[in-house]
Write a protein of this length. Sequence first.
Lengths: 196, 172
Amino acid sequence: MVNIIWAMLAVIGIIFAAFNGTMKEVNEAIFATIDDAVMITLTMMGVLIFWLGLMRIAESAGLLQGLTNLFRPVVKKVFPEIPADHPALGYILSNMTANMFGLGNAATPMGLKAMKEMKELDSSGKASRSMITFLAINTSSITLIPTTVIAIRMKYGSVDPTAIIGTTIAATIFSTAAALIIDRYFHWKRTRVRRS
Amino acid sequence: MTLSIWIIPGLILLILLTATYKRVPTYERFVEGGKEGIELAISLLPFLIGMMVSIAVFRASGAMEAIITIFEPVTALIGMPKELLPLAFIRPLSGTAALGMTSELIKTYGPDSFIGNLASTMQGSTDTTFYVITVYFGAVGIKKMGDALKVGLLADLVGIIASIIIVTIVFG
């Protein structure tokens, strides 16, 4: 899917430019953009080094674990099919806290472990209710600090690179809440069909 | 929003005070974790160059302008600037493509413009639905995904609409 979109963007662009007389602009855009991408990566590297360094301290100080415990009662309610002491809950929680702080690299292995544990609970080979809920939360991902976006804003000289933290948190709360509500609705629809 | 400028310094303060109190070797841990950032940024570079060049060709040729103008009546209906349509479309498909597109938009319209702020919020507030679903279900070998994709995409739509409304209230 992405392969086709990627190739088509360039192909359509070049063919369009041939008829539109904008080949000169296309040429300039190619080389200017390569330069831009490198510069953005450098800015991003700085932000990522700082942020991941800080997060390693937070982890060692037990702050991420503390947050995990804080969310446990809420998450238990969201996943009624997982027994309270099951390891799946722990992995789900670690995955959520890591995602929240932009630690995608740490979040994915935790998420995969959570999926494996949930599969143990339901051996039907189909996506279980808990799995769908877990993915719904993950795809709308609660974000607290959008580090890469802040880096890009810095690169292009924003007067206030972090101005969008507030709006991002607000938007992410809406989309996560929506994901949970939509998930519940589909679950309700599924069980209703089964009963009748 | 003046609250935003307090979030990062506040977090740094909280982390450093707690860590020092618990006798964590703060500076050493910082350097250790920071090294991961180098690898992460470098590994993103090929994705960014590939996507950004492709998008730049599409935009510079005039093709993007021609296509999004067709959809203008639809985007005007929900109060979204038409320039953001490609980002809204690609966000659930590919995270790095969306990142490339966000950079392009911020560069073209400026980070503090309405479009810049909205693109930043849209990029930051959701994740790549298709990627997450493919990786997570793929890893445990589940082919029947149930309603997962529907739920994810509908939530993305709500996220986009919420971003537009919130950014309009705060920056509009």
